[in-house]
Write a new protein. Structure first.
Length: 105
């Protein structure tokens, strides 16, 4: 189980991802101060309302959600102007660099 402070830190980090940008689960975990805890990011997003959950993707820009949820994520991102190359987000253009350049602590 994930503690409330961890959940709050992760959710605050996700809220800072601007429209038209994406971050990976791993990058969000690092930016929130929890390197190596990408699964906790997934857990936090599943249990929260009102977050821009669609801006968090798998490594390399892959949408990891299955079926209609994955389609909804892609449509939400496209609505914000995010471009895709094949089935992945064009990370060179849309990755939120503020989080991508953090190193494991």
């Amino acid at each position: 189980m994930v503690s409330f402070p961890v959940l709050n830190d992760i959710r605050a980090t996700v809220r800072k991802i601007p429209k038209g940008k994406v971050s990976t689960y791993g990058d969000v975990a690092r930016a929130a101060g929890y390197p190596g805890r990408a699964r906790q990011v997934v857990w936090a997003l599943q249990r929260a309302r009102g977050l821009p959950w669609h801006r968090v993707v798998g490594a390399g820009g892959k949408i990891l959600l299955p079926g209609e949820s994955g389609l909804e994520q892609r449509l939400r991102l496209e609505t914000e102007g995010v471009k895709f190359r094949g089935g992945r987000v064009w990370m060179e253009k849309h990755q939120y660099k503020r989080y991508a350049n953090l190193e494991d602590q």
